[in-house]
Ligand binder design. Structure first.
Ligand code: KG4
Ligand code: ZN
Length: 349
């Protein structure tokens, strides 16, 4: 089954064709980072207009580069949320247009859950992770830990009570004058630094043993820089190495705890921008007793292949919703109980 995925929830316009939820036939991503750079952050109205500008040419480009014909598309999956509503509306409206023209079902997809499917792309049959599994989404906006009984079942075990992990990388990078995005720059500089150079504070959980917290770490770095005043290049590298080890170490400790609490879990899926970090990959391999699955680098940050892959699994798992998806009668604003909505419509007619 060939699925067209469309993503436009923030500052990346992405379209992809994925076969059977796993084989990427083609994937295009247009980043708006340069457009927003002069504003110091993503401007929602500008983001929506940029999506509008590129989405139709990108669809044509995807069809041209993959030599696919539009009739070959069996299903359309699109990000419904969370994200910037103006930006999402562009993707949903375009996806509805394609689905309507081809008379194909249109599947609404949760962007954060979809990230997890980035870790499964390109993994063939026997190599696929077994469920139940633990899953992490570690990005600029989320630090979420899930228990999953199947590819479409997400039980949120914990999230961050303040900043997200990637957000903390970005804020610390800003304090160090490294620019945006902070994660890759901290990772690069950390290679020249000593992990044990600066003793970082450890998050103390008040409520749950699994929840995350990053604002204390950021505040510590800010105070540390104020206290020491002038820093050399080696000091900055040391700070990056020490910070990175604790920021990622916190996640590894929580996963160790989750593995203990959920002994039936067979693997750990790791996704989101921070999953691109090579030190993180090594730490998970060395310190977690279960096999960890990370996305290929192209599928760590926002992309549409993960949307198409997750859309495929949703379609397979919810046959009761297929009729509603074919009618495209859902919108970008609401989470729909499709079967219920359809029953209500049919009993009213
Ligand atoms: O998933 P993503 O592309 O976008 C969303 O936030 O949805 O994640 C971006 C985040 C940024 O905070 C960025 O600094 C972080 O991922 N990141 C990294 C690395 N590459 C990106 N953090 C640590 N190490 C990296 N190599
Ligand atoms: Zn994302």
């Amino acid at each position: 089954m060939l699925v067209l995925g469309i993503e436009s929830s923030c500052d990346e316009t992405a379209l992809a064709l994925v076969r059977d939820g796993v084989d990427v036939v083609g994937s295009l991503v247009a980043s708006q980072t340069a457009v927003h750079a002069k504003f110091g952050g993503v401007v929602p109205e500008v983001a929506a207009r940029e999506h509008l500008k590129v989405i139709a040419p990108m669809f044509r480009e995807l069809m041209r580069t993959t030599s696919a014909r539009s009739q070959d598309i069996d299903l359309v999956a699109v990000t419904q949320g969370p994200g910037l509503i103006g930006a999402i509306l562009v993707g949903v409206a375009y996806a509805k247009g394609v689905a309507l023209a081809l008379h194909r079902p249109l599947i609404p997809v949760d962007h954060v859950h979809a990230h997890v499917h980035g870790a499964l792309l390109g993994i063939s049959g026997a190599e696929q992770p077994q469920f139940p599994t633990l899953a992490l989404v570690v990005s600029g906006g989320h630090t979420n830990l899930y228990y999953m009984q199947s590819p479409t079942h997400f039980q949120l075990l914990a999230c961050s009570i303040d900043d997200a992990c990637g957000e903390c990388f970005d804020k610390v990078a800003k304090l160090l004058g490294l620019g945006y995005p902070g994660g890759p720059r901290i990772e690069a500089l950390a290679q020249q630094g000593r992990v044990d150079a600066v003793t970082m504070p450890r998050m103390v959980s008040q409520k749950s043993r699994l929840e995350f917290s990053y604002s204390g770490l950021k505040t510590f770095v800010a105070n540390h820089l104020r206290q020491v005043g002038q820093v050399t290049e080696q000091d900055r590298a040391d700070l990056c190495a020490s910070f990175q080890a604790e920021a990622l170490g916190q996640i590894v400790r929580k996963v160790q705890e989750a593995v203990r609490l959920f002994p039936e879990a067979r693997s750990v899926l790791v996704a989101g921008g921070v999953a691109a970090n090579q030190t993180f990959r090594r730490m998970m391999a060395d310190q977690i007793s279960l096999p960890s699955f990370f996305p290929k680098l192209d599928y760590c940050s926002d992309n549409a292949a993960m949307i198409a892959a997750y859309g495929f699994h949703i379609y397979q798992n919810q046959p009761e919703d297929r009729a509603a998806w074919l009618r495209h009668n859902w919108d970008a604003y609401s989470r729909y109980d499709f079967a219920k909505a359809l029953n209500a419509t049919s009993s009213a007619t």
